[in-house]
Design a protein around this ligand. Structure first.
Ligand code: F0G
Length: 455
């Protein structure tokens, strides 16, 4: 069947369409930082797939049943049962979003001198490891280095490097596998790699934790790409992944298709008890953890909807379709296409720009000015290192732009519009000006900096 969404639209929200002059002005006012744009200026918002999905009628209806009892709310038990059914974990704590689970878990497990190893830490995950005083080490697979290859599981961890690390002198306290690997261009992790990681962890007595924000999308790509899994359901594959781990931190703003939520799940009772104390002190009582009863209800429904093969098939096909249109216009993406986002190779498209002219950021700005498309770079503005005078001394390894695709929000014609805007830029890439930094704070620079085009 061709690309056809397995749902119809019951509630609509108008989207702003501005003139090029109005968008240019909006970009100037925002200091050329997409994070500073207000939603009423944006035509297609591809900044994040987090908390931006469309609720189903069933989720909305469940929300109306939200039980706002302080402790022991009925909604908590429905949330708990849905997470337990999916993951099989014994101890389940709700949190308001994924990073709260990270902060609580790493606060309990890590500390100065300890090391957390990952296929790639997402930025909040790394920040929470470092806030505990520990060190975060990424060991992405060698396949990840080649942006153009079609290796099906570039999100894997480098098993040889992990094995050496676990046998070495470092005090590795935990291994975190991010599925799918968001910091690694949204690439999936194979079950074979996850199983080998679990075996290495067990042999060294180190717990394995999943960062499971996109557990269903990873499961779908395993079914499509990994020999031996094609006849399994997404729920079965997801369960097989959770079965290999000692626990999970999970942002539910992605694959539970809700606006807010997360969980921390563990097998170890003693660790869970320590985390629960921190949860109560900083998030809320163990039966709500910073969420309203209505959120817990909508999560329970979303977790069952997201593993529907009809939904996942269309979601993956949407991204694949956009990838084909973009590549047909002569623009490279990190291959193969994942599901939650596409990563444009801005360095290759804007060859006339040096890394110090921030080609990724320049392309993100141009996408907004040309078509009202908001997205953000993953290149030297975010990952580069500057000297005291603000000169870029260590560029990022790649200059990418992430187009993150919200769940159930945009239709095929929206994606065709996005591809058309990109194709327009690709016709005359040299007209895209580089960017220079006007002001930048030391901390979380990409969220706050202001830049301007180089004339
Ligand atoms: N882990 C991964 C892999 C993520 O992608 C995110 C969020 C988090 C943890 C943190 O979860 O936002 O609920 O606190 N990613 C969003 C993104 C922000 O746009 O990729 P959170």
């Amino acid at each position: 069947m061709p690309l056809m969404e397995p749902y119809r639209i019951k509630v609509v929200e108008p989207i702003p369409v501005l003139t090029r002059a109005e968008r240019t002005e909006a970009m100037q006012t925002a200091g050329y930082n997409p994070f500073n744009l207000s939603a009423d200026r944006i035509t297609i918002d591809l900044l994040s797939d987090s908390g931006t999905g469309a609720l189903s009628a069933a989720q909305q209806a469940a929300g109306a049943l939200g039980d706002e009892t302080y402790a022991g709310a009925r909604s908590y038990f429905r949330f708990h049962d849905a997470v337990a059914e999916l993951t099989g974990f014994e101890h389940i704590l709700p949190v308001h979003q994924g990073r709260a689970a990270e902060r609580i878990l790493f606060g309990a497990m890590l500390g100065p001198g300890r090391v957390c190893v990952s296929n790639t830490h997402f930025d909040t995950t790394r920040a929470n490891v470092e806030l505990s005083g520990a060190t975060a080490v990424d060991l992405p697979s060698a396949a990840m280095k080649d942006l153009d290859s079609d290796d099906p599981f570039k999100g894997d961890i480098d098993l040889d490097a992990l094995s050496a690390m676990l046998a070495g002198p470092e005090d590795v306290a935990v291994v975190v596998m991010t599925i799918t690997n968001n910091g690694g261009a949204g690439q999936p992790v194979s079950m074979a790699n996850l199983r080998a990681t679990a075996e290495l962890c067990r042999a060294h007595g180190v717990p394995l934790i999943l960062d499971a924000a996109r557990f269903a999308e990873n499961a779908w790509l395993v079914i499509q790409r990994e020999p031996g899994w094609s006849d399994r359901t997404p729920a079965e594959v997801a369960r097989a992944a959770f079965d290999l781990a000692d626990g999970a931190v999970c942002s539910l703003k992605k694959d539970a298709i809700v606006h807010m939520g997360g969980f921390l799940a563990l097998r170890d009772r003693e660790l869970a008890t320590r985390c629960e104390a921190m949860l109560i002190a900083t998030e809320g009582f163990r039966t709500y953890g910073g969420l309203a009863g209505r959120d817990l209800e909508m999560i329970a429904v979303g977790l069952r909807e997201v593993v529907d093969p009809a939904y996942l098939r269309t979601r993956a096909a949407q991204t694949e379709y956009l990838a084909e249109l973009i590549q047909a216009a002569g623009v490279s993406i990190v291959r193969p296409a994942g599901i939650h986002a596409l990563y444009l190779n801005a360095g290759r498209l804007l060859r006339h720009l040096e890394p110090a002219q921030y080609p990724g950021h320049a392309l993100a700005c141009e996408l907004f000015v040309a078509g009202g498309i908001r997205c953000a770079e993953l290149g030297s503005l975010y990952l580069g290192v500057e000297d005291a005078e603000g000169r870029l001394v260590k560029p990022a390894p790649y200059e990418l732009v992430r187009l993150a695709i919200p769940r159930r929000v945009y239709t095929q014609s929206h994606l065709e519009y996005v591809a058309e805007v990109i194709a327009g830029i690709a016709k005359d890439p040299e007209s895209v000006p580089g960017q220079r930094i006007v002001s930048a704070p030391k901390l979380l620079r990409h969220f706050h900096c202001r830049t301007e085009p180089i004339s």
